[in-house]
Ligand binder design. Structure first.
Ligand code: DLL
Length: 432
């Protein structure tokens, strides 16, 4: 089976040859089946025969989310609709939805990749796994579901929407694994604590993704639930969850690079950067039939490492994501990622990692307010204690971000809990 250890341990040379072979086939495939790519290649005088090895990938033009939107809904599909067995789509909150179509073989490969990731995260056929990503057009639910079934685990398709039912079933069914967003798992840990169920669960592993989260947040979740948590990455345009996942050493996410060729690009020149240098991640789908994408710019910021991992896997690893280039806020000229606040708050026992950033502009000056929730164990309404805690948080945030922020401490359970991707920023400047 493709998702077992053997396949992942192919040598770098073997991987290189496989990627080259697959890229040559892919370019020929898109040239003859997708008008968009044929025109793009013709525009730069490129023919399929010009691509002879994986290194030639840099000759090919990039693809962006706008290209998907401009060709909405099916314009980039490489097969007739009769070959497509499933459609997924992104939410489209900032424009038209981006639509992706899968052939039967695409679904099989997707399941294999998720199975590989879940195996890396310690899930086996003996596990009972609650899938608490949303089922529907979002790829999280069905993607995780198919991968877990492929391993032979017992899948409980919870989806999102009812945390109490989830925690009750977690206890009653003896669930040993869960797949959901990290922010939702943090919330689940609170519900379990409130209901006095923490010592009744059998949970061992969590596979969390779909949004950026820090190592500090991972350690917090692991401590609260006494489990091991793993980071799974993916995006609907490329496949869904299962593009990459971290192993028990947590030193970067192993990319399923026999199917998704990763490049990290300088954000200004778009030239691939060396290992270890931060840049924008781009993927080429080496085996996808439904909607193959060439050099798709993800906007996700990471670095790449091609050295072998302590776990023995030889696949390239991408560093944990700081965020997307379009998540980065510029506040008073300083670049700020919401994940920096999460990391800073995890250092403080008095507060929870829940937070909300409110960015505004007053008299042409950017202002930042950070609402932070008090840890219920430290609950106090003594003004002096709160004042000194506010100062302590402000200092920690100042050290982490390099700018001052107004800290507003709010009562436990005040900030909205998300069941899918968490929203941490209200940027009122966009409305001005
Ligand atoms: O979020 C697919 C997914 C589902 C991945 C479940 C993992 C688990 P989209 O809705 O298309 O697909 O959003 C993709 O989410 O470009 C990243 O910005 C972000 N993202 C996904 N996984 C991670 C992660 C799914 N582990 C976008 N860390 C991506 C940081 C992530 N960001």
């Amino acid at each position: 089976m493709i998702w077992n250890e053997t396949k992942e341990c192919m040598s770098r040379d073997e991987m290189h040859n496989l990627q080259s072979k697959r890229l040559i086939k892919l370019v020929d495939y898109v040239y003859h089946n997708v008008e968009f790519y044929r025109k793009k290649m013709q525009a730069v005088g490129l023919l399929p025969c010009d691509i002879k090895a994986i290194e030639d990938i840099t000759k090919l033009p990039f693809t962006t989310k706008d290209d998907l939107r401009d060709n909405y809904p099916f314009g980039l599909f490489a097969v007739p609709n009769s070959e497509i067995v499933r459609i997924h789509a992104s939410s489209g909150t900032t424009g038209k939805a981006t639509v992706v179509g899968y052939t039967r073989r695409d679904i099989e490969i997707w399941s294999e990749c998720v199975a590989r990731c879940f195996t890396m995260a310690g899930v086996s056929k003996d596990d009972i796994i609650q899938v608490a990503y949303g089922y529907g057009l979002f790829t999280g639910g069905l993607g995780a579901h198919n991968g877990a079934e492929k391993i032979g685990a017992t899948v409980v398709p919870m989806s999102t929407g009812n945390s109490k039912k989830l925690t009750t079933m977690m206890v009653d069914f003896g669930a040993t694994a869960i797949a959901c967003t990290p922010s939702y798992l943090l919330h689940i840990s609170e519900v379990l604590a409130e209901e006095g169920l923490l010592d009744k669960i059998k949970l061992k592993n969590a596979i969390c993704g779909a949004e950026p989260w820090t190592d500090q947040m991972r350690l917090e979740i692991e401590k609260r639930l006494n489990i091991r948590a793993f980071d799974i990455y993916g995006l609907s345009e490329i496949m869904g969850p299962g593009v990459a996942c971290d192993c028990k050493f947590h030193k970067g996410l192993h990319v399923c690079e026999d199917h998704f060729y990763p490049e990290v690009l300088d954000t200004k020149t778009l030239i691939p950067v060396a290992d270890g240098v931060l840049g924008e991640l781009a993927f080429t789908t080496l085996t996808k039939e439904g909607i193959p994408l060439i050099r798709y710019r993800t906007k996700d910021l990471t670095s790449i490492d091609h050295s072998a991992c302590e776990c023995g896997r030889t696949s390239a690893r991408i560093s944990k994501f700081k965020g997307r280039s379009d998540d980065m806020l510029i506040i008073r000229g300083v670049n700020v990622f919401p994940s920096q606040i999460e990391a800073a708050l995890c250092e403080l026992d008095e507060v929870t990692p829940h937070y909300m950033m409110i960015v505004d502009r007053v008299n042409n000056l950017d202002t930042l307010e950070i609402q932070v929730e008090l840890n219920p164990n430290y609950y106090t309404d003594e003004v002096r204690v709160l004042e000194s805690l506010t100062k302590k948080i402000a200092h920690t945030i100042q050290q982490a971000l390099g700018i001052n922020a107004k800290i507003k401490i709010v009562e436990p359970q005040t900030l909205v809990r998300s069941q899918g991707k968490a929203v941490h920023v209200i940027d009122n400047r966009k409305l001005i």
